[in-house]
Design a protein around this ligand. Structure first.
Ligand code: FDA
Length: 297
């Protein structure tokens, strides 16, 4: 990333919310479940699968956690009714992880059971490292209780990940987006990539189902090498809504499964900041937005 872009990334929290919202609209389906459903239908029509994220990591009480869970039940019902090929991704903090562990476990199990009854699947996103242990524990407990329609996420930037992946049945592997100290995380771009490939190879070797979540061309190439000869139902590529859709089309045309992560809802701010921080052209977009508004007035 160029120096100007890196500087802008640091200043992003100071950018007014309406500007952040405008710039990040490509990454989010919209505020309502209908917006998400429309995007899912378009993705399915293009041969892509989807996973829906109800944005909600900024919640602060148990009622809000239950309300987010309620939205997940609605989404699962709508996906089922409309015959869409999509599952859901949940963030445990949105389901109350930081408020009450037992409440979060109960809400999560209800969502997983509902998904199972509808032939669907729940992916537990991975958040910052303060949640890693608790997230893996909840995932393992669900699997131990016989829930086979649940998977978890591992982050290649964490040094612990190669050990964590041992014996896990269903893993989405991503680089990781939170800011973590060097004592527990690789900070060098090449080290993260190298650990990603090492973890992916091990996951495939041990027979896990793998969601290969990256837009990094180097990693996509490496993943294509690793999955060569593997049956297409053993893995899927995964991308975020609004990021490299053309590359996604190409993967689908080449016969790979591709799932797109579709966030929707009113709690859009934190997610938007993370996506903008990763956009290599962020400075240009902010400049264009500012110039656009200046010309408008
Ligand atoms: P990298 O950031 O190097 O991007 C590669 C290229 O993709 C860029 O050069 C650019 O061309 C393009 N690109 C990437 N981001 C862009 C953006 N925002 N706008 C425009 N272009 C962009 N993380 C986490 O910690 N926990 C999780 O649960 C998840 N879940 C998750 C699900 C899915 C489906 C994906 C794809 C990713 C995640 N992530 C995640 C995020 C992940 O950890 C990582 O931060 C991003 O995927 C970016 O890393 P890349 O591997 O794409 O490489």
């Amino acid at each position: 990333m160029a120096l100007l872009d890196r500087t802008i990334v640091k200043l992003l929290p100071a950018v007014p919310r309406p500007v952040v919202q405008r710039l990040s609209s490509r990454y989010i389906a919209g505020p309502s479940v209908d917006d998400a459903l429309r995007v899912l239908a378009d993705l399915n029509a293009a041969g892509k699968l989807a996973t829906v994220d109800v944005l909600g990591e900024e919640i602060s009480n148990a009622d809000e956690a239950r309300a987010i869970a309620g939205q997940y039940h609605d989404v699962l019902a709508r996906i089922d009714e409309e015959g869409l090929d999509a599952n859901v991704s949940v963030k445990l903090t949105a389901l109350g992880l930081e408020l009450d562990h037992a409440l979060c476990a109960e809400i999560l199990e209800n969502v997983v059971s509902d998904a199972a009854a509808r032939g669907s699947f729940v992916r537990i996103d991975m958040e910052d490292s303060s949640t890693t242990e608790r997230t893996l524990h909840l995932y393992r407990s669900l699997r131990a209780d016989g829930h086979t329609n649940v998977g978890v996420v591992l982050q290649a930037y964490l040094r612990r990940t190669y050990d964590d992946l041992e014996g896990l049945d269903n893993v989405r592997l991503c680089k990781g987006i939170y800011v973590e100290p060097a004592s527990i995380a690789y900070r060098d771009f090449h080290e993260v990539r190298a650990n990603y490939v090492r973890c992916l190879e091990r996951l495939v070797e041990q027979g896990s189902y793998v969601g290969i979540a990256t837009h990094d061309e180097y990693l996509i190439d490496e993943a294509l090498r690793v999955v060569q000869g593997l049956s297409p139902d053993r893995y899927e590529f995964q991308m975020l809504l609004g990021v490299r859709p053309d590359r996604g089309d190409q993967l689908v045309a080449d016969g790979h499964r591709l799932r797109v992560y579709v966030p929707y809802g009113s709690h859009w701010y934190e997610y938007s900041l993370r996506r903008l921080q990763e956009n290599p052209k962020i400075a240009g977009y902010i400049a264009a937005d500012t110039v656009g508004r200046v010309l408008h007035f």
